[in-house]
Design a protein around this ligand. Structure first.
Ligand code: TYD
Length: 135
């Protein structure tokens, strides 16, 4: 089974332009407690390099592009995010890295819980240990 799980959102377009609506437990598969966005990322900067113990997220690149790499401790897969109607679903215990941000990239992330530093696994070896424990 692929690590990359995408959600395709309906584009509500008319002659004025496009609109996408994201709703908790409808096209987003969890209660949305937090939204954050990443923008103005400097050239050649990569971000992420962590996993979460108990957090679901959906990332949407609403402008520009970036590349996500997901890793479950056994395999790594990448996806180019360059479409505002595609969400990347990221579950617990998935190591994520974001690379190749375009200058204009705006990445919106919807999260199932509030920010909690204790929920982060920022060390890759610790991540591998926890994945084995949770298997
Ligand atoms: P960080 O999680 O390191 O960014 P990324 O992994 O996406 O590269 O977050 C950067 C900083 O912002 C860090 O000090 C934690 C803080 N932060 C919050 O305060 N609230 C949040 O919702 C997020 C995502 C980060």
């Amino acid at each position: 089974m692929s690590l990359i799980k995408t959600l395709e959102f309906n584009v509500l377009g008319d002659d004025r332009g496009s609109l996408i609506s994201l709703e908790q437990n409808k096209n987003i598969p969890f209660d949305i407690k937090r939204i954050y966005y990443i923008f103005d990322t400097q050239q050649d900067v990569s971000r992420g390099f962590h996993a979460h113990r108990n957090l679901q997220q959906v990332a949407v690149c609403v402008k520009g592009s970036c590349r996500f790499t997901l890793d479950d401790g056994q395999t790594r897969e990448s996806i180019l995010m360059d479409s505002p109607n595609v969400g990347l679903y990221i579950d617990n215990h998935k190591w994520r890295e974001m690379h190749d941000f375009s200058e204009d990239c705006v990445l919106i992330v919807l999260a199932s819980d509030y920010y909690e530093e204790a929920d982060y696994i920022r060390d890759y070896d610790e991540f591998l240990k926890e994945v084995v424990k949770n298997a």
